[in-house]
Design a protein around this ligand. Structure first.
Ligand SMILES: [Ca+2]
Length: 186
């Protein structure tokens, strides 16, 4: 009897070994986002983003708070106190590699606060100086995604987020930037 059970067990062993331990998934069929930006969510500070500010900004840079940004704890934040002139803030990454002819997602998440909810903070995303969508005009809003799809021309690229803040009251206007994406299948 024991021998019979043993033979049965041995006979079943190859089948038992062949049975998968987890449900079969189909990873080969899933699209994987290949974000080629470094530090796209500002979780490791500013580097390698290049910042350029024109006009009057009381503060700008990478900040953290427990509530977090759009993704993770850190985000880029700027506060304009320009009461008399338009202010511009841009963050960019250069020498980003995408094969020429590849269509990619080119976007960023932003949130905005303006006195009176006046929609005059413009946010636009560019790849090599060409817009990835169209400018979004924001007043006081939660996180919104700006940008779109674009086809890369050449292999080395510059990704730029440009914030243009119209004149504001003494309390200033604020902009949050986070979770930038440049990549295929995103
Ligand atoms: Ca983040």
């Amino acid at each position: 009897m024991l021998t019979t059970i043993l033979i049965w067990a041995l006979a079943l062993l190859p089948f038992l070994n062949a049975m998968p331990t987890t449900p079969l998934s189909q990873p080969a069929l899933e699209k994987r986002c290949s974000n080629v930006l470094q530090n796209p969510s500002f979780e490791s500070g500013v580097s390698p983003w290049l910042e350029m500010a024109f006009g009057s900004w009381a503060s700008f840079g990478v900040f953290t708070q427990s509530a977090g940004g759009h993704d993770g704890r850190n985000f880029y934040w700027g506060q304009s106190n320009a009461t008399a002139a338009v202010s511009t803030l841009s963050v960019s990454q250069s020498a980003v590699r995408i094969p020429s002819g590849t269509t990619v997602e080119c976007s960023v998440w932003v949130a905005s606060s303006r006195p009176g909810n006046v929609a005059s903070t413009a946010v636009e995303v560019f790849l090599d100086g060409i817009t990835c969508g169209s400018a979004a005009y924001l007043g006081t809003t939660g996180w919104v995604k700006v940008g779109g799809k674009i086809t890369a021309n050449g292999d080395s690229h510059t990704f730029t987020v440009v914030i243009t803040s119209d004149t504001t009251g003494p309390q200033g206007s604020q902009i949050w930037i986070d979770d930038a994406v440049l990549g295929a299948s995103c």
